[in-house]
Design a protein around this ligand. Structure first.
Ligand SMILES: [Zn+2]
Length: 420
């Protein structure tokens, strides 16, 4: 079994690297003339610039990936796991404490390994291409804040789960799932008020006319805008976005100041209409429900496998602590999750099309969204020529050229009662 797992891991790793490789080759070799909508926005020189940016990112990503693969191999297959497991068990007999310690030390190692990459990405790579707007001091403060929030959540969610395992040995899977679901839904509603303000400054829109238009658009889509805010994302990065959150019909709309710099008002409203489309088409609710079903099934499966004491044998080990087995399960889950990726991406692209159609219905045509997306691609140096296979596996949005052509052909569709 150990050999089989190792083989699956190596095959998945090889597929991932092969996909990256054909995608890089494709980008360099298969550049095609762009549709009219790109004229005046993205020329050959800009495409060369995008290629250089993407390649620089690929190189760091590749090294990071290799480090991750080597660490996984050493830890799971070359004997580090049982040694580490015994080491942690030596500190304390307390089930909850040693469980938390097991994961905390690993998370610390992961954090330390990740720091040089994060520094390189922000201060060398993004800096070189003019995206980084963050000072080193801000980077350190961000890291510290995330560490504190992460640790608090870790102790709450992890400690709570270990306590429930001890408290209800025969049915913990249901309790742990319920506890995590409750906390995550609670956090989803609280995070805009508790966590996000720790990192960003939210202020009312500087442009009053735009706020009126945003409110009109929301009313038209069947929602009410509680607050329309802009956020100072430009303090950290030149990349841009828009989103909205909120319970029920009252929505809080947040526009990145970078997005407002890059797009004109009509394009901005079209982007927002697309985001509203995700809400109106029920995508957000669907995602949430799907995630809870997956979590419930995972908890039950974990319970069954942990009870059967089958896991240590799969890695050729005689015994492994509860936390150690949970770790192995998590790793197995992410390994098998890879096979699920193409389906998830396909499903997401389908949602994006529906949200695009909703935006067309709202603003009357796809032109504004198309020109907005082209501008964003220019600003973000997006890859316009992904390999079709790579895009099919990983892309959560339709590739831009295809999407823009579709938007330009798009017609307003009147929803009849038969569609609903
Ligand atoms: Zn979308």
């Amino acid at each position: 079994m150990k050999l089989l797992l190792l083989s699956i891991y190596l095959v998945v790793t090889a597929i991932r690297f092969a996909l990256d490789w054909i995608n890089i080759r494709h980008r360099q070799k298969s550049r095609q003339p762009l549709p009219d909508a790109f004229a005046g926005q993205i020329d050959e020189e800009r495409l060369d610039h995008s290629d250089t940016y993407a390649l620089a990112g690929d190189k760091v990503g590749f090294i990071e990936d290799i480090v991750g693969v080597l660490l996984t191999l050493v830890f799971l297959f070359w004997g580090l796991l049982p040694w580490y497991d015994r080491l942690v068990a030596g500190f304390s007999d307390n089930f909850i404490f040693s469980g938390l310690l097991f994961f905390a030390l690993l998370a610390l190692v992961q954090l330390l390994v990740g720091i040089p990459f994060s520094l390189y990405r922000n201060f060398i790579l993004e800096e070189r291409f003019g995206f980084n707007r963050m000072s080193f001091k801000l980077w350190c403060i961000d890291l510290l804040k995330s560490l504190i929030i992460g640790s608090l959540l870790f102790v709450l969610l992890g400690g709570g789960a270990f306590w429930l395992v001890q408290w209800a040995p025969q049915s913990w899977w249901l309790w742990v799932w319920g506890f995590w679901a409750a906390v995550s839904i609670f956090l989803m509603y609280l995070s805009p008020y508790l966590i996000e303000p720790l990192f960003f400054k939210f202020t009312p829109l500087a442009k009053i006319e735009l706020e009126t238009e945003v409110r009109d658009l929301l009313e038209k889509a069947g929602a009410h805008a509680g607050k329309v805010l802009q956020v100072d994302a430009s303090r950290r990065s030149g990349h841009s976005n828009a989103y909205f959150t909120g319970i029920g019909k009252v929505k809080r709309v947040v526009l990145f100041d970078t997005l407002m710099e890059q797009l004109d008002d009509k394009e901005l409203l079209a982007v927002l209409a697309h985001e509203l489309g995700h809400w109106r088409c029920g995508h957000i609710r669907q995602q949430l429900i799907k995630a809870q079903f997956v979590a419930l099934f995972s908890c039950w499966l974990a319970f069954t496998l942990l009870n059967s004491q089958i896991l240590p044998g799969w890695l050729g080990l005689e015994q492994l602590s509860f936390a150690g087995q949970v770790l192995v399960l998590g790793w197995l889950g992410s390994l098998l999750g890879f096979f699920w990726t193409p389906l998830g991406s396909w499903w997401s692209r389908r949602h994006e099309r529906q949200a695009d159609q909703f935006a067309i219905n709202m603003v009357g045509s796809g032109q504004e969204l198309a020109s907005g997306l082209v501008k964003l691609a220019r600003e973000n140096l997006s890859n316009l020529f992904p390999h079709p296979l790579y895009a099919a596996v990983y892309y959560s949005h339709p590739p831009l050229v295809e999407r823009v052509l579709w938007l330009q052909k798009g017609k307003v569709k009147i929803k009849t009662s038969a569609d609903q």
